[in-house]
Design a protein around this ligand. Structure first.
Ligand SMILES: [Fe+2]
Length: 227
């Protein structure tokens, strides 16, 4: 079985980690071996808006699989000099690398209400949202409409466009990371993010998630992006 096939299969089987890379074989590229980041809150801390069961599976199984797939793809890339083999690895690098980047951002993007989740404080981000969308409610409504229309799996984003200097709502398919804008808020629209709790009613998940969006973190990102 080819390296690529191994990586692709491991990527779609949530919770089934690929073989660990032997320490002795660690190459220069493996210095940057990626690891699953810890959450800043317990799995059940976002209830009732996102269940503890979803959070645990999503973090421990799904995100871990992207981390494993990315490490395996990078290691395979470093081990070959063949351009053809390296080209074959591009999709695994993009899928697993994007999955790792997006989920790492997503966990920080959420917070229990006891830690400010759902609260958009007065300040630069709130003012910018009001300027670019008319009101916070109009922004949320537009975000949910655009994001609910994603066909298949993907991500909904509030992104900062460095060219127009505006906040814009954009989507990316699959695990593609947001590259055209600086991500300010990202929402996972894969079924694994909501199906166990919300079944096929994506709109209810999108309505609920605003109760646990960590707007202070979003504002930090916005200030960094716009300075
Ligand atoms: Fe996810």
């Amino acid at each position: 079985m080819s390296v690529l096939t191994t990586i692709a299969r491991s990527a779609v089987r949530a919770g089934r980690p690929v073989a660990r890379i032997p320490t002795a074989s660690l190459s220069l590229a493996a210095r940057g071996v990626h690891t699953l980041p810890q959450l800043d809150y317990p799995y059940n801390a976002l209830e009732p808006h996102i269940s503890g069961q979803i959070m645990e599976l999503h973090h421990k199984k799904h995100h871990q699989t992207y981390v494993n797939g990315l490490n395996a793809a990078e290691e395979a890339y470093a081990k070959t000099d063949s351009p053809k083999e390296r080209i074959k690895l591009q999709s695994a690098l993009k899928f697993n690398g994007g999955g790792h980047i997006n989920h790492s951002l997503f966990w920080k993007n959420l917070a229990p209400q006891s830690q400010g989740g759902g609260e958009l404080p007065a300040g630069a981000l709130k003012e910018k949202i009001e300027a670019d969308f008319g009101s916070v409610d109009a922004f949320k409504k537009k975000f949910n409409t655009v994001t609910a229309a994603i066909q298949g799996s993907g991500w909904g984003w509030l992104g900062y466009n460095p060219e127009t200097k505006k906040l814009e709502i954009v989507t990316t398919p699959n695990q593609d990371p947001l590259l055209s804008h600086v991500p300010i808020i990202g929402v996972d629209i894969w079924e694994h993010a909501f199906y166990l709790q919300y079944h096929n009613v994506k709109a209810d998940y999108l309505t609920a998630i605003w109760n646990v969006i960590h707007f202070k973190e979003a504002e930090r990102r916005f200030l960094e992006a716009s300075k």
